[in-house]
Design a protein around this ligand. Structure first.
Ligand code: PTJ
Length: 250
């Protein structure tokens, strides 16, 4: 039991969710290591949403609204932390959810599928019974993609992704949106839009931005995307970290 007045309450709460998901067979053991890495970057970034993360969220919202075939790719960590929010986001933009695992096992696929069904997800792809296509350039189970989902998607939101898969998805011509607290990761640098923020803040922010932009005309949405520069945005995160620790910014 974590007390609410503990100074690290929010962070400890997320750790407890991650450990619980591991015990329930949802999270890969490496998922705990990945969470620890994210936690360290979140600490360096001040554990709050930066202005540049807000800019990336706005561009991501515009891209998702304009998409013809958007898909949200979910893994163990996403399922552990934000399943309800993912379902809300999918309903907001009428989009499919696809389970896509780096450490794929039939047991984890069905444990994750159950979590999403329990929170009323309508269309969960990526299980072991449907038709799949392999993503070129990737080997083994992590190359799997649903024929109705990521394979035909034009825009893919894929939080906490590994660098190889991110690169191959971009090579296939998909507009890739990621959420990654590590601004230096290969995925962060490969994606078209990288939201450098904790997924627990980024998904609710994305839902809010979509609600605000839904009525905007397509030319405004295109303009938001075109004026977004992912490289510059990532640089802003790095500058933020260095300013914070060289005393330039408190
Ligand atoms: O569930 P699976 O089998 O698909 O496996 C998922 C993991 C995350 C274990 C797998 O994809 C993996 O090993 O990923 P990486 O290469 O460790 O990358 C995870 C990235 O997510 C790292 O750059 C972390 O900094 C970042 N990260 C971790 N927790 C969060 C995060 N980013 C945003 N929000 C978080 N809460």
């Amino acid at each position: 039991m974590i007390h609410k007045d503990h100074p690290r309450y929010e962070s400890l709460k997320l750790r407890a969710m991650v450990v619980d998901a591991y015990k329930r067979g949802i999270l890969a053991d490496s998922g705990m290591i990945a969470h620890g890495r994210g936690e360290a970057f979140d600490y360096l970034l001040g554990e709050k949403t930066s202005n540049n993360a807000k800019k990336a969220v706005k561009a991501a919202a515009a891209a998702l609204i304009l998409a013809e075939n958007p898909v949200i790719s979910v893994n163990g960590n996403t399922t552990a932390l934000v399943p309800r929010e993912i379902v809300k986001l999918a309903k907001e933009i009428q989009c499919k959810i696809e389970i896509n695992l780096f450490y794929r096992t039939p047991e984890r696929i069905s444990a994750i599928e159950k979590v999403f069904k329990d929170v009323c997800a309508e269309n969960v792809l990526g299980n072991d019974h449907e038709e799949k296509e392999s993503i070129k350039g990737l080997e083994g189970p992590r190359s799997s993609s649903s024929k109705e989902g990521i394979y035909i998607a034009d825009v893919v939101l894929v939080p906490l992704e590994d660098g190889d898969r991110a690169e191959e998805l971009v090579k296939l011509g998909k507009l890739l949106i990621t959420i990654d607290l590590n601004p230096l990761s290969r995925t962060a640098k490969t994606a078209s839009i990288t939201i450098v923020d904790n997924i627990v803040r980024a998904i609710p922010n994305l839902i809010e931005a979509i609600q605000e932009l839904k009525g905007a005309d397509p030319s405004t949405l295109h303009q938001i995307i075109e004026s977004f520069n992912n490289n510059e945005n990532i640089q802003e995160s790095l500058i933020k970290i260095s300013k914070k620790y060289t005393g330039v910014e408190q």
